[in-house]
Design a protein around this ligand. Structure first.
Ligand code: PBG
Length: 329
């Protein structure tokens, strides 16, 4: 910045002066985490009293709706007011019917959560991969995900979430045009006030590995590279964001977070819109795995990582660490 030139050199200037005591460091810290920065992901499964730990994500569980309600209560007591829901349906088919079924797992969970916790901000992941038998995020035609046919189903899913109480819908499929299609559908059906949090910049990433165990959504053939972004690209990320804003996104997501801090910063500097960063499953598991034998101090690394994501420019962070972080803030 221009002001740097005005600064006197050493020994008049000594930057260590403001680092000397905890009080000084606290006062002049530029980036401060707060509980309201966090969105906590939840995995919801059919059944009663189910609490199944995800082996690759210690401390995270697949929960049935009754246990989800207990979890929401704990979250509110910790001061976390926002959750992101993922559903694991009883049955899957090739068009992901469970995603837009009024008796689907997310729809049931939404009704239950909203009845007991009307003030909790409930965001839903809008995607087909958890609901399709092939595990892809859209309708397959000749071995390829058909973009435009998928749009209709995503719009149906988003509408069904809104009708059952979702406060925000978050499309994560990476089809072209889905934000506009969902926006028009919500507007036509009386949900003009429901915001869209768009996974605008979603890379095809190996860091999603543990999530796919959690959500039971591993693709049964091929990979997601024909719709998720190539991790070498950052200009393209800006194009994705620009298009989603034009189509009506209210918040944009960059995902994953840690290997993409440059993209978060670039998005923050280029667009005047709230930015969310998704600190994904693999980023969580890595720290847990290294902390377990004592190779790293897990708690300190967690705070450093979350702070770096905010410092890079994220306004909010979707993170499996939300509860742990809230406990020490
Ligand atoms: C897709 C979706 C994925 C994640 C969130 N939404 C996985 C994928 O694209 O395979 C990953 C989140 C994480 O790794 O924590 N519905």
């Amino acid at each position: 910045m221009g002001t740097t030139n005005l600064q006197a050199g050493f020994p008049v200037t000594r930057l260590r002066r403001l680092r000397k005591t905890p009080a000084l460091r606290d006062m002049f810290r530029e980036t401060i985490l707060s509980k309201s920065d966090f969105i906590y992901p939840l995995f919801i499964i059919e059944g009663e009293n189910v609490k199944k730990e995800i082996s690759s994500m210690p401390g995270q569980f697949q929960l049935s709706v009754d246990n989800i309600l207990r979890e929401c209560e704990e979250l509110q007591n910790l001061g976390i007011n926002s959750v992101l829901l993922f559903g694991i349906p009883r049955e899957k088919d090739d068009v992901g019917s469970g995603a837009y079924d009024d008796d689907g797992i997310i729809q049931k969970a939404l009704r239950a959560i909203k009845a007991s916790f009307p003030d909790l901000l409930v965001i839903t992941d809008v995607c087909l991969c958890e609901y399709t038998s092939h595990g892809h995020c859209g309708v397959i035609e000749n071995g390829y995900v058909n973009n435009d046919r998928t749009l209709e189903l995503l719009a149906k899913e988003a509408l069904s979430h809104a009708q059952n109480g979702a406060d925000i819908v978050a499309p994560s499929d990476m089809m072209d045009g889905r934000i506009g299609t969902i926006r028009r559908t919500l507007d036509e059906k009386g949900f003009a006030e429901t915001p869209i949090m768009a996974y605008s910049v979603k890379y095809s990433s190996a860091f999603y590995g543990p999530f796919r165990e959690a959500a039971e959504s591993t693709p049964q053939f091929g990979d997601r590279k024909s719709y998720q972004m190539d991790f070498g690209n950052s200009d393209e990320a800006m194009r994705e964001i620009a298009l989603d804003i034009q189509e009506g996104a209210d918040i944009v997501i960059v995902k994953p977070a840690l290997s993409y801090l440059d993209v978060i910063r670039r998005a923050k500097d280029s667009f005047n819109i709230p930015i969310a960063a998704y600190n994904v499953s693999g980023e969580y598991s890595m720290i847990k795995a290294a902390a377990q034998p004592g190779w790293l101090d897990g708690e300190k690394v967690m705070v450093e990582v979350l702070t770096s994501i905010k410092r890079a420019g994220a306004d909010v962070i979707i993170t499996y660490f939300a509860k742990e972080a809230a406990r020490i803030l």
